[in-house]
Write a protein that binds this ligand. Structure first.
Ligand code: SF4
Ligand code: SF4
Length: 445
């Protein structure tokens, strides 16, 4: 039962088992540097960065090894010191091979930093510049360059920055540990984001299953003007942007529109801590904090590892997999990506690695639709997942488009709730991609 009586929320959603107890009380461990790293030049939405190094170059941890290519792009920094082995296409936790810089690590561990800046006197322009220079991207999954989010179009009036502290995906406890272990940096980073955007209101939305973090944040936030802690119902996908804005600000983001169209910028917990570290400590984004969990890993942990560390190294650091393990997922179980190549490296936005056993994986056979309507009731965006899935299978893309398939946020709530085990979100994701292609073709015709 909740300790907080009036938790805010949204219509729809589901309550999957949380499994947070596996790691919620485990402090972050800093993983030792790997022997080699694979640093993808595209770890963000937008154009890949352009390499600045070549085979044989000696590089230092923190050094920029690829520069942004265009406005929506981000620099990439070397996560270890060493020598560039080669630049080539490598497999990746996103599921698609990407060009990457392979580096053999040396013993040296000194980090090349940027000059530190004073958070009291820094200007909005200097914050944006530093965030860009540090290569900070959103850590909530989409990896949108943070500099771009802090530079909204001039005709958009932003009045609120919301921090997503929901961490509504089962198993993951990275953000929870951040809230407990780096409370001041989190609030300081939010303050910097508010300053960059010139807004007076900041809010941290947090689910009511985290009473210890709520108490700690409320106490610390009392020292910051304009920042409130908003307690929300524990429900998946409470952390989705539209759900968060509805719960915190009571504003609806219309289909096809963005949070900034209703005056809001959303940032992830880890992202604003990275902003704080870039400004106050001069550190570029070369590490990723994540939860390694699931009943199939020997020693679940919360860890901080260098970007580019292979999955296999992290799994080994956590004691290896149990004989009962059947699946490895990067991210949470609802929206994460199943992995088949464990030499793939972690990236800036990697939030979790789950090693799951058969009892944690739904591999029940698919049966015909029961027409029960559960997927429709659960969809937080009031879509009709059953029809969207069926239209995709029948290649009726116009019909799927008319029903708003491009609005789907791929949260997986419908699939989770379906008693017939129909892989609804997988079909919808495919249909959405095809409709987007169709729309592009129409535009260029
Ligand atoms: S995946 Fe899309 S259709 Fe399914 S519940 Fe989420 S938003 Fe709705
Ligand atoms: S939840 Fe599954 S079985 Fe029920 S209507 Fe939706 S697709 Fe059909």
């Amino acid at each position: 039962m909740s300790l907080f009586k009036k938790s805010k929320s949204f219509a729809g959603g589901v309550h999957p088992p949380e499994y947070k107890e596996l790691t919620e009380n485990l402090s972050f461990e800093i993983m030792p540097n790997p022997k080699n790293v694979v640093v993808p030049i595209s770890q963000h939405i937008g154009k890949p960065a352009k390499p600045l190094v070549k085979k044989g170059d000696v590089v230092k941890a923190g050094q920029a090894v690829a520069e942004p290519d265009g406005f929506i792009s981000s620099p990439i920094h070397c996560s270890v010191s060493g020598k560039v082995k080669k630049i080539t296409s490598e497999s990746n936790v996103s599921g698609f091979p990407k060009e990457a810089i392979l580096i053999d690590a040396s013993e040296e561990n000194e980090l090349e930093k940027m000059p530190v800046l004073d958070p009291e006197t820094i200007t909005p322009e200097e914050i944006r510049e530093r965030v860009k220079e540090a290569g900070i991207v959103g850590q909530g999954g989409a990896a949108f360059p943070t500099f771009v989010k802090l530079t909204p179009p001039k005709d958009k009036e932003i009045d609120t920055v919301i921090i997503n502290g929901c961490e509504c995906e089962p198993y993951l406890t990275r953000d929870y540990r951040f809230m407990l272990e780096r409370t001041e940096e989190l609030l300081g980073g939010l303050n910097l984001a508010m300053k960059a955007l010139g807004v007076k209101r900041g809010a941290i939305g947090i689910e009511d299953n985290k009473p210890e973090a709520i108490a700690k944040l409320k106490e610390a936030a009392a020292n910051y003007e304009g920042i409130t802690i908003e307690v929300l119902e524990t429900k998946y996908p409470q952390g989705a942007e539209k759900m968060l804005i509805k719960a915190v600000n009571d504003r609806e983001v219309p289909p096809g529109k963005l949070p900034l169209d209703v005056g809001v910028v959303i940032q992830n917990i880890g992202t604003v801590i990275a902003v704080y570290d870039a400004v106050v400590k001069g550190e570029p984004q070369i590490t990723a904090a994540m939860t390694v969990s699931g009943k199939g890993i020997n020693n679940p942990k919360n860890i901080v590892a260098r970007v580019g560390t292979p999955l296999s190294d992290i799994i080994e650091y956590c004691g290896g997999v149990k004989e009962t393990a059947v699946k490895v997922v990067v991210g949470g179980p609802m929206m994460g990506v199943a992995q088949f190549d464990f030499s793939a490296p972690i990236m800036k936005a990697t939030s979790g690695i789950l090693v799951l056993t058969a009892e944690e994986v739904n591999d029940h056979p698919e049966t015909p639709c029961l027409k029960c309507g559960k997927c429709i009731d659960a969809c937080p965006l009031h879509l009709t997942p059953t029809k969207l899935s069926r239209f995709t299978q029948m290649d009726k893309l116009e019909e799927a488009e008319d029903l708003g398939i491009t609005v789907c946020m791929e949260c997986g709530t419908c699939t989770y709730t379906c008693p017939a085990n129909i892989p609804l979100v997988q079909w919808i994701r495919l249909g959405k991609q095809r409709v987007i292609e169709l729309q592009k073709e129409r535009k260029s015709a």
